[in-house]
Design a protein around this ligand. Structure first.
Ligand code: ADP
Ligand code: MG
Length: 318
């Protein structure tokens, strides 16, 4: 197969952490041709989409030798079997147009995740479809809504910009904090932007569980434990990664979310679960596969590529 990765610059990859790198290594190890491209490398013409694809070889050695990137060749994307969209947020207009361009070849190229699903799902808002497994949450532009919500909660909350990732912009919100109004003003741009406010889950001190799913089935989970001086557990801001098992709450969450994920073509997804409650559904570039692979030895990256092989075979047979 010919597998392409639409990704952030490969030079900056962390070879022992990056999920995209692990998927590329696995694809190559299974004999597939690997190509890379960035979000600005698409071109639509003549009813199809072309891409400046660089043939890429990867190996698990220190940069810069970890990736050998050949010169980009303008290629009809329909000659590619599968394309991973793996750029990190923000979900900006370029990202939106990428999903709309990929729509044109959607029936010919297996795109992960489905460009329609990527376009429709906001990582924070998607969880609102499953209130029965979510912590108490509001989405609003208004300070008075937030104040009333926290008064009803009787405890602290967490405020989140809707376009954040890697912990960016996440703050603990307390009615008694002198910065209370200023934090809301900053996050909502004085009432012009929506934000999410969620009940603060004290269980976060034990960790934020990342459950990786492949077509709604758990590949496994890892736990991200925040630094002692941090509210955020994200690996990007110093969260420590530990092995963890799925428990009954997690299985209940997966069962609630899986049918919609499948219907939306959201094949490779990372759920964030704190204290048995679903806080976020990561669909754009979920990470954690390397840690999961090391902890469990179950080769989750191989399962992802095997899934693609089987799907592409089924498509060809049609
Ligand atoms: N409801 C919550 N209660 C306590 N901590 C939270 C809550 N929601 C998020 N956090 C903390 O903030 C981090 C990032 O939140 P998340 O919603 O996953 O956004 P993102 O990972 O996209 O930045 C979590 O790993 C966790 O440490
Ligand atoms: Mg998260």
């Amino acid at each position: 197969m010919r597998i392409a990765f639409l990704m952030d610059p490969i030079e900056r990859v962390l070879i022992d952490k990056d999920t995209t790198f692990a998927l590329a290594l696995e694809a190559q190890a299974r004999g597939h041709e690997v190509f890379t491209l960035g979000p600005h490398d698409l071109r639509a013409a003549d009813g199809t989409v072309y891409a400046r694809l660089s043939p890429t070889k990867v190996q698990r050695v220190a940069p810069p030798a970890h990736a050998t990137v050949g010169p980009a060749v303008d290629t009809d994307l329909r000659t590619i079997d599968a394309l991973f969209v793996r750029t990190d947020p923000p979900f900006d207009s370029t990202y939106l147009y990428v999903t709309q361009l990929l729509e044109i070849v959607r029936d010919r190229v297996l795109v992960l995740n489905d460009p329609r699903g990527l376009r429709d799902a906001n990582e924070k808002l998607y969880a609102l479809h499953f209130p029965e497994v979510m912590p108490r949450t509001i989405v609003t532009t208004r300070e008075d809504d937030i104040r009333a919500f926290l008064e009803a909660l009787g405890g602290p909350g967490v405020i989140k910009p809707l376009d954040g990732a890697g912990g960016r912009g996440i703050m603990v919100l307390d009615l008694r904090d002198q910065n209370f109004r200023s934090i809301i003003e900053t996050t909502t741009d004085a009432g012009r932007r929506y934000c999410m406010v969620q009940e603060y889950l004290p269980a976060v001190r034990k960790g934020d569980k990342r459950i990786l799913l492949l077509e709604g089935e758990p590949l496994g989970a890892i736990l991200r434990v925040p630094r002692a001086d941090e509210a955020r557990s994200n690996i990007h801001v110093g969260g420590r990664v530990e092995p963890v098992e799925l428990d009954d709450d997690d299985r209940r969450i997966v069962a609630a979310v899986a049918p919609k994920l499948r219907a939306d073509g959201l094949v490779f997804v990372g759920l964030d679960v704190i204290g048995g409650r679903l806080t976020e559904v990561n669909v754009t570039s979920p990470t954690g596969i390397q840690e999961l692979s090391r902890f469990t030895g179950t080769q989750p990256e191989a399962k992802v590529i095997a899934w693609i092989e089987q799907r592409v075979r089924a498509r060809r047979a049609d």
